[in-house]
Design a protein around this ligand. Structure first.
Ligand code: EPU
Length: 419
């Protein structure tokens, strides 16, 4: 298993591009199942999770043409397998995103039930309840969700709590349903909006994406499209923090700052100088002194849970005492004990952590537990005195494209050790 070795202390300097958003790419690949015409997706990030989704589509009979520069062409005329097996779903929970489109277009879907994961129990009851409300017969057994429907029908569905992939699954299913579907308390994330834009370009009739009520009028069929995936807002935020905590001066290209309004406001309050340009570039420098900031995660447009771990590192090297409260997942503080090993002064009280800023973090061997936890360890390693050796970096490869290459290009002392 690969490890990453970072010698901390180098100020990051230079320019790097932000990749396409992982959490937009995954539902959009699943959405291609809604048509038998060709779909072209560009700005696809090279990530382990994207490879897993492509493998899943391949197993179902998709013909995939991958061009390093141009993106992916997906031809779904040959779909003949309606099962998402355990080995793929257990590697990536987002495999559940094929359930809605499969059922809507082929009348059947068999998906291995996703288990819990490092950040919480993560049930999928709302995906199932929503499809049942649309007339699907859903049974659970031998670790599988089996769903059938001649044709789904429109329904009014209230989602509580707000669920991102739940909204996406039902949105995709509703595009081909008979009648009107109304999703209430829908997720408002930019990735949901990007998916809705792609579906609309395929002929779907969708109103209200980006608000908490989405109305979908089902159509008989969807056609092919070309779609360019939005930039990854979580990768952008991770690099903003990297620049600030290393006293760097970096420029990020291919960004969309409107998806980061709340985090950017928070980062500015913390003392980070962020200069937004009209052409989608962003220049980031540490302003004066970094100040610790109280944060509570919440669904979009609130502060994203996917930046919580990285925020703990920023607060750890900032002046003052802060609290960070996690409201989305019940167990998303696995990185705390690793950060403590690097000298961070963090204590957990229920779903809140208290962070007292320290002068310096200290390099140490640490272990990644999930994707964003890994990102926080990389950040801590960049800012620390001495060497940090991060193991289990496969978590990082799921969601950060070429992270060590990008950091190397910015002058970090970082290397991947392959075993
Ligand atoms: N929930 C339910 N029932 C459901 C679905 C969700 O109770 O049927 C609960 C969850 O247990 C959780 C809350 O609702 O407490 C929100 O979970 P959500 O369904 O929104 O999470 P998700 O769709 O599984 C996506 C992202 C995550 C991100 C969350 C929250 C994708 C592929 N994944 O997950 O991304 O943290 O939304 O914003 O879009 C990551 O990229 O590192 C990552 C974990």
């Amino acid at each position: 298993m690969d490890k990453i070795l970072i010698r901390g202390g180098a100020a990051l300097k230079g320019t790097i591009p932000i990749s396409g958003a992982k959490n937009a790419t995954l539902p959009e690949l699943a959405a291609t199942l809604l048509t038998s015409e060709k779909v072209y997706l560009t700005n696809i990030p090279h990530l382990a999770d994207v490879t897993t989704m492509l493998e899943l589509l391949g197993q179902q009979g998709s013909d995939l043409t991958i061009d390093e520069k141009l993106g992916v062409e997906i031809d779904n005329r040959g779909i003949n397998n309606f099962c998402a097996p355990y080995d793929l779903v257990s590697t990536m929970r987002a495999s559940i995103l094929v359930m809605g489109p499969m059922l809507a277009r082929y009348g059947q879907a068999e998906i291995s039930m996703p288990g819990g994961c490092a950040i919480g129990s993560r049930p999928v009851n709302l995906h199932i309840q929503g499809l049942r409300a649309m007339g699907a017969e859903v049974s659970l057994g031998d670790g599988y969700i089996r769903a059938k429907a001649k044709r789904l029908r429109g329904a009014k569905i209230f989602l509580e709590p707000v669920t991102v992939t739940g909204t996406e699954n039902l949105l995709m299913a509703a595009t081909l349903a008979d009648g009107v579907t109304i999703l209430e308390n829908a997720a408002r994330e930019p990735e949901v909006v990007d998916l809705a834009n792609m579906l609309t370009s395929m002929g779907a009739k969708i109103q209200g994406a980006g608000s908490s009520t989405i109305t979908i009028e089902g159509v008989d069929e969807l056609h092919g499209t070309k779609h360019n995936i939005i930039p990854d807002r979580i990768e952008t935020a991770t690099f903003i923090i990297a620049a600030a905590i290393t006293d760097g001066d970096i420029t990020l290209t291919n960004t969309q700052s409107e998806y980061l309004t709340v985090p950017i406001e928070a980062f500015r309050q913390a003392g980070i100088d962020i200069d937004l340009k009209d052409d989608g570039t962003m220049r980031i420098r540490k302003g004066s002194k970094l100040k610790a900031l109280d944060i509570q995660t919440s669904p979009y447009p609130g502060f994203p849970t996917d930046i919580q771990a990285q925020m703990l590192v920023l607060n750890s090297v900032s002046k003052g005492i802060s609290t960070v409260t996690e409201t989305i997942f019940e167990n998303r503080f696995m990185h705390v004990s690793e950060l403590q090993r690097m000298g961070a002064d963090i204590t957990i009280q229920g779903n809140t952590v208290r962070v007292r800023g320290v002068k310096n973090l200290i390099g140490a061997p640490v272990m990644a537990t999930d994707l964003r936890a890994s990102a926080s360890l990389v950040l801590a390693g960049l800012a620390a005195n001495g060497d940090t050796l991060i193991s289990r970096v496969y978590h990082l490869d799921r969601g950060y494209e070429r992270i060590e290459e990008k950091l190397l290009a910015l002058g970090a002392d970082i290397q991947r050790l392959s075993e």
